[in-house]
Design a protein around this ligand. Structure first.
Ligand code: GLV
Ligand code: MN
Ligand code: MN
Length: 414
């Protein structure tokens, strides 16, 4: 069976990306749209209105995930989902997550305009709190959907100011009635920017994503003793920040040892009491370790755990370190990967296979439905940065392959 030639509208997609960037837009041209904030509510309201204009039915589950469904010819088939997220990092760019939702919306607009009837219903999903920046861990709501966390575990997550997820969710009016996981779909395709340099380096427009690397998050509190910086001799100090600094250096060294596939980062640090003439008595920091091979990731974790007493004991510091999240390496569904390949060839675009370095909702959804991802380049591989940049042509290429892949999958259901 040959697929129809439905061409997405690149300028319309670009205009949506630029227009919705005003919801949380920053002076440096990025987006600050932390999950479950007023900015998040505004973009959600916009998304709901836009999809309803296309005749979609929008439902919201108890954790704020939004599903916009366009009916197909056959109601006995589960919908084919296209999903990603509309929340961003505190200094996020305009494309991380957003491209996956708006590229899907552009694909949906193209179907609508053509009056094209798919076999299965087609839907767009906006997953709540993918970033995990305000409420850790990342991919929280897709994780609840996939059974990796309970709903109440998510409700109890609190931001660094102590506001709970459930209060924030109710605060923006997006606690829906539908039990999480009840809304089923038969497959999910997630379009995303690569967030790394490979596609750009090789001059390829499409990444055919094979899976997602394993990742683990830890939280460490190092305790020493507040003391006067002038009156406390060096030999008497219990400097929690000094110990943390040595740990940060060691975490980098562990990742360097297993590079190029390993990465390790301390991204959040809180120093107490943070006064220039007080020796820091307590430091909180986070650790993010990733590797595509679980065995190597475990080795990295073992070395990190061994480093804690080795570095902190001689400084007379105590510590409390714990793993707060673990997302094992994921392999995507071969049949969907094949649909992406077919869709890429149909669009006549150069591609390469790759593994995702970043976490994505697709990593959890792969546990409950056939899932895959499509990547497009981003300038200099820079992401989680207001300067994140992907061109109109690159965004359009991704949305076109997304539509082609969905239609290919749909034709196979006939
Ligand atoms: C999500 O953006 C992650 O990879 O941490
Ligand atoms: Mn993302
Ligand atoms: Mn992100």
């Amino acid at each position: 069976m040959t697929l129809p030639n439905l061409a997405i509208n690149p300028q319309r997609l670009w205009d949506m990306l630029m227009d919705t960037a005003k919801f949380g837009g920053t002076p440096k041209g990025g987006i600050r749209r932390l999950t479950l904030t007023e900015e998040d509510r505004l973009v959600r309201d916009w998304f709901k209105a836009e999809t309803e204009k296309l005749g979609c039915t929008v439902t919201v589950d108890e954790i704020g995930n939004m599903f916009a469904v366009r009916p197909g010819k056959r109601s006995d088939l589960l919908p084919i989902a296209m999903g990603s997220h509309l929340d961003t990092q505190p200094t996020g760019g305009k494309f991380d997550g957003v491209l996956g939702v708006l590229g899907a919306l552009e694909a949906m607009k193209t179907l609508h305009e053509a009056g094209y009837e798919t076999n299965a219903p087609i839907e767009i999903v906006n997953w709540t709190n993918e970033e995990g920046s305000r409420f850790a861990p990342a991919m929280l709501a897709s994780g609840v959907y996939a059974g990796a966390f309970t709903r109440d575990y998510a409700y109890e997550r609190a931001d660094r100011q102590g506001v709970s997820f459930i209060d924030a969710l109710e605060g923006i009016g997006y606690r829906g009635a539908e039990p999480v996981g009840q809304h089923k779909f038969g497959a999910m395709f997630e379009l995303h920017i690569e967030q790394g340099p490979i596609l750009e380096d090789e001059g390829k427009l499409i990444g055919v994503v094979q899976g997602v690397q394993g990742m683990r998050w830890y939280e460490v509190t190092v305790t020493g003793q507040d003391a006067h910086t002038g009156a406390t001799p060096m030999y008497l100090r219990k400097n929690a920040l000094l110990g943390s600094a040595r740990m940060i250096d060691r975490i980098d060294a562990i990742a360097q040892k297993y590079a190029p596939n390993a990465v390790g980062t301390v991204g959040l640090i809180e120093n107490q009491p943070n006064s220039r003439n007080v020796i820091p008595g307590e430091v909180f920091f986070t650790v993010d370790l990733r590797h595509p091979d679980e065995a190597v990731l475990q080795q990295m974790e073992d070395e990190f755990r061994a480093a804690l007493p080795e570095i902190l004991d001689p400084l007379k510091l105590t510590f409390d370190g714990k793993m707060i999240w673990k997302s094992p390496a994921v392999k995507f569904a071969p049949e969907l990967i094949d649909c992406v390949r077919v869709g890429t060839e149909k669009a006549g675009l150069a591609s390469r296979d790759m593994v995702s370095g970043a976490g994505h909702d697709a990593a959890y959804i792969a546990r409950v439905a056939p899932t895959t991802m499509i990547f497009v380049p981003c300038l200099g591989g820079i992401s989680h940065n207001e300067a994140e940049s992907t061109t109109l042509e690159e965004c359009a290429a991704g949305a076109q392959v997304l539509l082609n892949a969905v239609l290919e999958y749909d034709s196979r259901l006939a």
